[in-house]
Design a protein around this ligand. Structure first.
Ligand SMILES: [Zn+2]
Length: 700
């Protein structure tokens, strides 16, 4: 509830430059991103500032000061919220309180993860802990809850708008997640269960990628050398999906996924605790609790969506499986196609059919070219430019960070994106979008400018060679930039629902939509040029690349459906607890035989983070595909559609019920059937594209 967003209200460094045009340093974006950032961003600046231009953060001690100011401000706002002389709406006070806490917590959380210097990350960690303590206290403040409840359900100082009501209800729901409305006994139980769930989840995730050690003698002598050996033991720390020998893949699969009793106990306890928590809070299942307020908001509809999609793409996935079986036979291997063969043949097909190797493609995708490409897309769709901005001494946590101002042609600067793109020792290697400060309407009528960080892991440029991206890197860059634009283009009254702070099953829509742009030849042609010769990417290579993104989408989708269905059933009214049910579900939804004595779900760490929401990715993809199909496919640079998408979709963030947002924007019902149809259409189109391509180039 409170722990999303950032920064103290006294800091106004960003707002002061709001309406001035951004100054660009260096020449073109492509040139800037193709050389070391320091060369363009750090020159001639002598002022010393703090992290993110927050003056207090020029030393690690500043976190303590921010924390103190935040506590004082929160207390003041509590006074206001509980005063009989209150003149502002409860939800307005709550959002300001949330903003005040989030601006410290989110910034601190980012610095804790990203700052290479220990004294900064420790100070940030302490601030995170201090803020979560305040949040815990707030969560038990009955008077705050009662006043908010009264405001939402009865009346407030002035009438509530639809957005006030929606955001007020979100705050109320967060309170109730912590059991504030229950008797003291039950409330304590809720707190205890929340802690237990957190602990069990952490332990389960920790154990989900631990390697397996077995005696060397337990596997055939002729393949022992293929595994990592330690004296008499063999260490299996992954699935060997790249191995061309199916026996190696099979053995690795069976060892790696052999049921681990401690993981089994952790998962069972986690599921039971979640179920108990949901029951105490008045729900029939944990899934019912988790799905509230989503684009699909109940278990029956999620299962309907999964079932309908699964049934209707079966013929396509069977075709794909059959094709993989043929590939297996062609390699002179007998035996049925098994679950461990799938990733191997997917990768092999991409290599063989389309000859997509990284070495061939990377030179056409220098980081600079890609950023320039994004700039062209955004300029066409929304009339905005990405402008390289100077970085002050002390503003960033590391060298090699760029700062982009997102500048609209008439509205001025809409926000800032810090680009931490290069790998470095100790950096977490997951691609991420962080909201450092959420946008919101301020009391004086101005708008709090959003600030975000994109963290990616590209190879740093060297002398003379820019950072060259693989096609997969390009997809990731576009994806994360989709999240960033959601943050930048949202214009919500409240920061609690700005940009990516929306329902989980809508949050991936803007990012997945960007992947459709990255897979379109007309878009890639705009920017894919050789970094040395400036020649455009050869047309055949371009076509091969785009088609390669469309192969085997049916079996990939069925696998995701299987994961999603299992996640639902683990969190249903009658949670499944045994391996037989997992086996049954694998065969039903995935279409591949379950392997006895294996339990892949004990390594499925997403069960912790998503908990009954793993289906979100499929729904987001379905919505993104409909948006692409209906509005951008015929002309991906159409300003009229870009503006509509901005005003009717991105601008709302989570400030409009996602079901309503999607149905209003797409002009169709947001039903499980409609969502399923979108995926079915996409897969069927993909098959047609691949078929034509295979015929044309006489592949296989
Ligand atoms: Zn994402």
């Amino acid at each position: 509830m409170w722990s999303r967003g950032i920064m103290n209200t006294t800091v106004r460094t960003f707002c002061s430059v709001k309406l001035k045009p951004a100054k660009s340093f260096g020449s073109s974006l492509a040139e800037i991103f193709n050389s070391k950032p320091s060369k363009h961003n750090y020159f001639g600046r002598s002022e010393k500032t703090g992290l993110f231009q927050v003056p207090e953060l020029s030393t690690p001690l500043g976190f303590l000061q921010l924390q103190k100011e935040c506590i004082a401000k929160t207390e003041e706002l509590i006074q206001e919220a509980t005063s009989s002389a209150r003149t502002r709406k409860m939800v307005e006070i709550f959002d300001e309180m949330s903003d005040c806490l989030c601006r410290v917590a989110d910034l601190a959380e980012f610095i804790r993860l990203a700052h290479p210097k220990r004294e900064y990350s420790r100070a940030a960690e302490k601030a995170c802990i201090a803020i979560s303590e305040i949040v815990e206290q707030l969560n038990t403040n009955r008077k705050l809850y009662d006043n908010l409840k009264k405001s939402v359900s009865e009346c407030d100082v002035t009438a509530l708008t639809e957005v006030d009501k929606l955001v007020g209800e979100l705050f109320l729901f967060d309170f109730e997640q912590n059991g504030i409305h229950l008797s003291e006994d039950l409330r304590k139980k809720v707190v205890m269960l929340n802690n237990t769930i957190l602990n069990l989840g952490q332990q389960f995730v920790g154990g989900s990628d631990s390697p397996r050690i077995i005696k060397k003698s337990s596997i055939p002598t002729n393949i022992q050398h293929l595994f990592t050996c330690d004296n008499d033991n063999i260490i299996v720390s992954g699935l060997y999906v790249d191995s061309s020998n199916p026996i190696t893949r099979e053995i690795a699969y069976k060892i790696y996924y052999y049921p681990d009793q401690s993981q089994e106990i952790l998962l069972e306890n986690l599921i039971t605790s979640r179920y108990d928590l949901a029951k105490i809070c008045g729900f029939n299942s944990y899934s019912e609790r988790a799905l509230r307020g989503g684009t699909i908001d109940n278990t029956t509809d999620v299962m309907n969506f999964l079932e309908t999609t699964s049934q209707n793409i079966r013929e396509f996935s069977n075709f794909e499986f059959k094709h993989m079986s043929t590939m297996k036979k062609a390699e002179n291997f007998s035996g049925e196609l098994a679950v461990w063969d799938i990733p191997y043949y997917m990768a092999k097909a991409k290599r063989d059919w389309f000859q997509v190797t990284q070495d061939q493609y990377c030179p056409y995708f220098s980081l600079g070219a890609c950023i320039e490409g994004l700039n062209v897309i955004f300029k066409n769709l929304y009339g905005i430019s990405l402008v390289n901005s100077p970085i002050l001494d002390g503003e960033c946590w590391s060298n090699g960070v760029y700062k982009l101002a997102v500048e609209h042609e008439t509205e001025g600067i809409l926000g800032y994106i810090y680009c931490d793109f290069y790998e470095r020792p100790g950096k977490q290697n997951q691609d991420c979008h962080f909201t450092i400060r959420g946008g919101k309407e301020l009391c004086d009528g101005s708008y709090q400018i959003p600030v975000a960080v994109l963290m990616l892991n590209f190879r740093a440029p060297t002398w003379g060679t820019p950072s060259l991206l693989t096609p997969h890197n390009v997809d990731n860059l576009f994806h994360e930039m989709g999240h960033a634009m959601h943050s930048m283009l949202a214009r919500t009254k409240y920061q609690h629902v700005t940009g990516t702070r929306c329902s989980t099953d809508f949050a991936e829509v803007p990012s997945v939509l960007m992947e459709y742009f990255a897979a379109d030849p007309r878009i890639l042609r705009l920017f894919a040029r050789h970094y040395e010769t400036n020649l455009p990417i050869p047309e055949e290579m371009l076509q091969r690349l785009c088609v390669s993104k469309k192969i085997f989408t049916a079996c990939e989708t069925r696998m995701q459906i299987f994961y999603s269905a299992l996640d639902q059933l683990f969190h249903s009214e009658d949670p499944i607890k045994n391996n037989e049910s997992v086996a049954e579900m694998q065969e039903k939804y995935y279409g591949l035989k379950y392997v006895p004595n294996t339990a892949w779900h004990l390594r499925f760490s997403h069960l912790v983070g998503y908990g009954a929401k793993y289906y979100s990715y499929l729904v987001s993809r379905s919505v993104a595909h409909s948006i692409w199909h209906n509005y951008f496919q015929s002309d991906p640079l159409d300003r009229k559609q870009g503006e509509r998408y901005r005003r009717e979709c991105l601008a709302y963030g989570g400030g409009k019920n996602p079901k309503k947002l999607v149905s209003d924007f797409l002009r169709m019902e947001a039903s499980p059937k409609v969502f399923a149809n979108s995926l079915i259409t996409e897969i069927s189109e993909n098959h047609e594209i691949v078929r034509k391509f295979v015929d044309k180039y006489k592949i296989c």
